[in-house]
Design a protein around this ligand. Structure first.
Ligand SMILES: [Zn+2]
Ligand SMILES: [Zn+2]
Length: 546
């Protein structure tokens, strides 16, 4: 069979292009989202959509592809174009049509930039981007959006890399192209943003396997022997090993470079643990292989026993429909119980955060009484009375002490005035921590991975203040936050400040994101004791009382 004309990546691009036109047309946002979601899921699909269409397969069996989108894919494969997109393009201004060549650009945002900077062409947009004018005049988030949409080379969240990695693994193992496959590299070390995937494979015929990979997702560009550019934009490196040298090669492909450099020469052995043992070291978990202190600790057999998912006994940061969550307190509690949690802290937003429907004081009073009733009616799970309290610009908290006093603990976060200078931002947090009702600092740096850097703070001073005042941090498990970042979580733990691993769940489904927070806690070297919510509420409440 000849190679397909359209790769899955081509199809995904066209769907993204249609989504972009629909968004310029201010169409139903759910519809636009559906096209974007489909495009994303298509990029991790191993089978060729074109071949599936030609074989008359039912495309709706794949995640994210509903009837309408399946019809669009069929139309694309059969006619090479989408009528709907053509019609829309014909009605649009030339500016928007030109933007359509970059389907990841948000037309509304680009038109805003055009207006603000007095330009009208993508070329000018690129110039302004490079000159730093977008960042200066429209902010870091806008800058990041344009940069990502215009540049070829891509990075992706660990969270988004997972389905791609799993799909590749299945593909390689299918029909025994490989006898054994293991994802290595940054992915295995659980680095939060991924620019390439690395696989170690055991195979009898590497050239045949590499050739097969060129058909992954319809068509995948081969850059060299074992290197490919995946349709999601990230790079794939596949390397062969056999049973005898598997351990050594797995350590090598897992990295990091700094870790390998410190290790020195590796013996040719079949198991990783044997290779480390031959160096006089205990086994080093991949999450710790960053070339910091892990080799010294492994030599003294003093590596921390890292926290695991099974150690977590409750959730400390979750929203309900009272603010911007999707599920009621009752639903959130039931789902938490089902996960085996002993407690759930409801942390809806506070009054100043109007865009997230923050609760006015009287509403939080009502919620407190409601939770008391729920707890009295059922002992299945303890619902903790809490709030995600905004730290206001002057460092005061967004509720009165009389109300804060009624809560079991608080999560205090910054959601405004990101642009304050480092000294002011640090003072703001230090002052907030002086309030005796401050318990946990929420998403401490405010970073949104691949979207915006965090605000600037002097983390050493914040850690010192937390230690002195008996405050704590969280590792927020949202895949685009993972905040505290692992290096700073490591510093906090070294200073003796304990850390909650929270999900910031806005729906019952998001509880499962906790494993991404656990990954980062492990990278930070946190053991069970360093993590707040590995404790029962009885123990935890003794810790959090100030
Ligand atoms: Zn928040
Ligand atoms: Zn939150």
């Amino acid at each position: 069979m000849s190679a397909p004309l359209l790769s899955n990546a081509d199809i995904a691009d066209r769907l993204m292009g249609l989504a972009q036109l629909l968004s310029a047309e201010k169409e139903n946002p759910y519809k636009i989202k559906a096209y974007r979601r489909a495009a994303k899921s298509i990029r991790s699909l191993s089978e060729s959509l074109e071949e599936l269409v030609r074989a008359d397969a039912d495309l709706t069996q794949y995640a994210g592809i509903g009837k309408g989108i399946a019809a669009a894919i069929r139309e694309l494969v059969e006619s090479g174009s989408l009528r709907k997109a053509e019609t829309l393009r014909a009605q649009m201004s030339p500016e928007v049509v030109a933007i359509n060549a970059y389907p990841r650009l948000d037309p509304a945002r680009v038109l805003r930039i055009y207006k603000k900077l007095g330009i009208g062409m993508v070329e000018e947009l690129k110039e302004k981007l490079e000159a730093g004018e977008i960042a200066a005049k429209l902010g870091a988030r806008m800058d990041a959006h344009v940069r990502q949409a215009l540049t070829e080379s891509q990075e992706m969240l660990l969270y988004d890399a997972e389905p791609v990695a799993r799909s590749l693994e299945d593909f390689l193992l299918a029909q025994r192209f490989a006898l054994r496959v293991e994802a290595a590299g940054d992915y295995r070390r659980r680095v939060e943003v991924i620019s390439d995937l690395r696989f170690l494979v055991e195979t009898e015929d590497f050239p045949a396997l590499a050739e097969k990979l060129e058909r992954f997702g319809g068509r995948t560009e081969r850059l060299s022997d074992g290197s490919f550019r995946l349709s999601s934009g990230i790079l794939l490196h596949v390397q062969a090993a056999d049973a005898r040298n598997w351990g050594r090669e797995l350590i090598r492909t897992t990295g990091s470079a700094a870790h390998l450099k410190k290790l020195g020469r590796l013996k040719n052995l079949s198991e990783e643990a044997e290779v480390y043992r031959a160096l006089g070291l205990s086994f080093i978990p991949p999450e710790l292989r960053e070339g910091l202190d892990e080799i010294e600790l492994a030599r003294e057999n003093a590596l921390p026993v890292l926290v695991t998912l099974a150690d977590i006994r409750g959730e400390l940061h979750a929203h309900s429909t009272s603010s911007d969550g999707a599920n009621s307190i009752e639903q959130m509690a039931r789902a938490a119980r089902k996960k085996g949690y002993e407690y759930l802290g409801i942390t809806d937003h506070s009054q100043s955060l109007k865009i997230a429907r923050g609760l006015p004081e009287e509403e939080l009073w009502k919620q407190i009484r409601h939770i008391d009733k729920l707890n009295a009616a059922s002992a299945d799970i303890r619902i903790l009375k809490s709030a995600e309290v905004d730290i206001l610009a002057d460092g005061s908290l967004d509720y009165s002490d009389a109300l804060l006093k009624e809560l079991d603990y608080t999560v205090c976060s910054i959601h405004s005035r990101f642009g304050l200078g480092k000294a002011e931002q640090t003072e703001r947090i230090l002052r907030a921590m002086d309030n005796r009702y401050f318990t946990i600092l929420g998403h401490a740096t405010g970073r949104l991975l691949l979207k915006r850097p965090g605000y600037e703070i002097d983390i050493d001073r914040v850690i010192e203040q937390a230690r002195a005042n008996g405050c704590f941090f969280e590792i927020n498990s949202s895949p685009d936050r993972l905040d505290l970042p692992w290096m700073q979580a490591k510093l906090a733990a070294q200073a003796g400040v304990k850390i909650g691993v929270s999900t910031d769940a806005h729906s019952t489904r998001e509880y499962d994101l906790i494993r991404y927070g656990i990954d980062q806690a492990r990278r930070a070297g946190l053991g069970k004791d360093a993590v707040l919510n590995t404790r029962s509420w009885a123990e935890l409440s003794r810790l959090t009382r100030r």
